[in-house]
Ligand binder design. Sequence first.
Ligand code: SF4
Length: 230
Amino acid sequence: MPVERKLGFKEKQGEVLREYLTIVRSFRQYLDKKGVSQRSKHQDPQQVLKQFHSSILTCRGCSLYRTRTHLVFGRGSSQAEVMLVGEAPGREEDLEGRPFVGAAGKLLAKELAKAGLRDEDIYIANVLKCRPPGNRDPLPEEIEACLPYLKRQIEILHPRIICSLGKFATQVLLSTQQGITSLRGKPQFYDESTIIIPTLHPAACIYNPSWENLLRRDLALVKTKLSGED
Ligand code: SF4
């Protein structure tokens, strides 16, 4: 029956993903034992990130530079194995120059702690580095101009897991138009050694408190994958 074939395929996909992650984990452990990092072999990621940050501080790649207070680069551990990616800075982030410091950031911090994800496990950034006025949706030309910066951050950090927060970051990173409610909680490959676990944006959970449980569940899955328990 067609329904049975579909379920079988999904199960097979999950099995292949699990096997693949086991191989990747073993390979990383092997490299760690040999003292070989898959990240930059010659430079400390913290230094590389710092240099990269300095190099884009005065970016005028799109019109958002005109209204920003600060370019919001990212924050967290340069050794992080989990990278959280949001949409764009809000008002407080623009004023402080740091991502996720407002109400959504506080909710996210609470849920990360509940999931057992520590500060040293995490790096946080957004797709756009400058705030769209009035928190409007990013425009295609702004994404096109700014996305290479996020991709470079991912390349430098080489995280094992990217947790995309909300529809916007998820669709951009997975190049899809699918909605977040069907994508969330389902790991997918970003590249050959990094998976994406999409989840809801914490700001959306403030407006819809029943979604907080889903965010919690997805962050628990991130922790499980990080610990290698699945
Ligand atoms: S949003 Fe990105 S591309 Fe646009 S000015 Fe800011 S840093 Fe540059």
